[in-house]
Ligand binder design. Sequence first.
Ligand code: GL7
Length: 821
Amino acid sequence: MSSYQFNKEEFKQEVTSNVKNLFRRTIAEATPKQVFQAVAYAVKDVLIDEWIATHKEYEKEDAKTLYYMSMEFLMGRALGNDIINIKARDGIREALDELGFDLNVIEDQERDYALGNGGLGRLAACFLDSLATLGYPAYGCGIRYKYGMFKQEIKDGYQIEAPDDWLRDGNPFEVRRDEYAVEVKFGGYVRTECDQYGRNHFIQENYQSVRAVPYDLPIVGYGNNVVNTLMIWDAEPINTFNLESFDKGDYQTAVEQENLAKNIVEVLYPNDNHYAGKELRLKQQYFFISASVQRAVNKFKAKHDDIHKLPEKVVFQMNDTHPTVAVPELMRILLDEEGLTWEEAWDITTKTCAYTNHTIMAEALEKWPLELFSRLLPRIYQIVEEINRRFVERIRQTYPGNEEKVRSMAIIYDGQVKMAHLAIAGSFSVNGVAQLHTEILKSKVLKDFYEMDPWKFNNKTNGITQRRFLLHGNELLANWVTDKIGDEWITDLPHIKKLALYADDEKCQQEFMNIKYQNKLRLARYIKENNGIDVDPRSIFDVQVKRLHEYKRQLLNILHVMYLYNQLKDNPEMDMVPRTFIFGAKAAAGYKIAKLTIKLINSVADVINNDKSIKGKIKVVFIEDYRVSNAEWIFAAADVSEQISTASKEASGTGNMKFMLNGALTLGTMDGANVEIVEEVGKEYSFIFGMTSDEVIAYETRGGYNPMDIFNNDQDIRRVLMQLINGYYAPNNTELFRDLYNSLLNTLSTSKADTYFNLKDFRSYAEAQKRVDQAYRDEKWWAKAAIMNVACSGKFTSDRTIQQYVDEIWHLDKVTVDMDE
Ligand code: GL7
């Protein structure tokens, strides 16, 4: 298989001529942003041929295709990743050098594609990278939001949200595919018509509709000429507004349709792990699902006559419950447009759809009010009612006389459509995202479903792509690894195990620690530029970066910082390794307690960073606008990876894996994939603390615990808590952090006090933090432990995850693309 041959002179010429054509400038006059655009178009020029060749090959092989349906794809930047994957990074760097530009600066001009909130969206992006690299036919199906995840600014310690106008300068990589536009209908009513053969036809009338137009983005495999597609849908008015309709009196309808189209794709909902029940959100879901399912069926029918064979060629993976309307939408097409019987349609649908559960947080469960659901999607609602009727019938047959089962499992109940139940009923596979998470699903959250259909349930532990999070994000370490053990790890991460041979070698340890130091310098410069704070690259970089959520317990982390600071104030000579506590997190715009936690972190930072008496032993930094592009630098620079969620709450976590791959040691609870990380690297090279998930769940069934006992008996904790309400960190407003204090200690109701066990786990956490401090003093041990973390990260590549999905769920055909043909 020959792959792309980079030609430096040609490339320089193309960039120069792109600058000229796009901006009427010579290369010497071009701004870095203009050069970025010019380079992007030059790279696209290469990709396009491989993209076409890949799809020719899929056609020729008539390969089974995955449609990965997701409301979110948190892609980050494309250019740097793409040029790595076409193996042209060194060449392009040299070419740009010769033109007088620095590749890093050029890459920095690209905006992140932030079409996602956090882990769930980033997982989808890693999966696309692995699918292309492994050569599997796959489409990502999503929404082309006009505004992605908001940009976070910190003003006076508070989070301010600014719109993410990511498309302002256009997107050089996208291709608009007008020829594949389809219509999506909302509202109105369904009229039933009986034909001459006595068959019912269902006709939606008086509806509003939009035109869905797909934009394709290339997803480049690593060194294999495969380019897959992320297809994101834009909405347009079905008829451009015209005076004629005004005359006809349809003015109102025309305006409404125009607004509908404009609103649907306007913005990504910034909620992570939280269901808000907004009508527009349901519109977004049906919009992109209907469009994607129509496209998939049309594509299948263009090549095949027998719709019954759909499951042999097509599989839909639903990324959480957000795309669940795919089940009734496929049913609608099979029943109403293909004229199949219910039994035939259901058989095909349940062989085509599969569902991944990503959370057990009750507040994240999607339950749409019937009124809203039936008004917006009248035909879909009829179908869901029939699915429910048959499903309940089956429950009653399986468990005669047990109405409790109906209550807990029905799809429609209590005036709501329960999307998780619909997803399970309509799927042939239901998977969790880490061993512990899947066990909790089977034994607790989805127990009844598991007992009725155990064969559906399976685990697929999440993974991450080492191409972005080591090869791109940490070039120094990547080169070092390749020097030691060769470059197989790039496409076969378990190879990295060979590094274990070097873990005891003192020279290697020094080299490793020196690379870590260089990465810490790079992050320190970033922090200085963006936050104006000086941090000591010789201090321990202790990092918690992820969405802000109570269950993730950033509060526990900052309470511990406050405790440590108290100790230092009491005893300025206290012997401790200097520590930089680094935070990065966005809070959902409406999540008050999360936003207050950000303010607290910044207030604590202000006090501590300006206190000369502690001689810089502690620094606290809140990195503004945490996102994929700066995350790559942060992982590279971390010594300690904070993974401190309340056990049982974090389904998997994937940041934990990115830290490990970059040689940070995990300070964490036995939650999510932390359990498997510890299993791989060993407890001796991690810092584990806190209650187990069984203990947490046992307390929860008993209605919680009483944090006042701790408050009364532990004076260090009491002191920290009092500092939340005595103005220690907010001299002008002693009430500022009252809500945080109350969330921990609510004296009116213990069941609402400290629901995430911050205080319960505090001592155990502080003790683990002490072990970190002790361990870091032994530089050789630390280097060895860090190298062992890298060496044991092989399991956590998304290549492994994808291969398991393929082997056990999707059964896709692998394809090779040869550019010589
Ligand atoms: C999440 C989980 O919270 C997270 O633990 C997991 O790693 C991720 C991907 O499986 O999915 N579930 C969820 O609703 N969000 C997540 O990030 C938003």
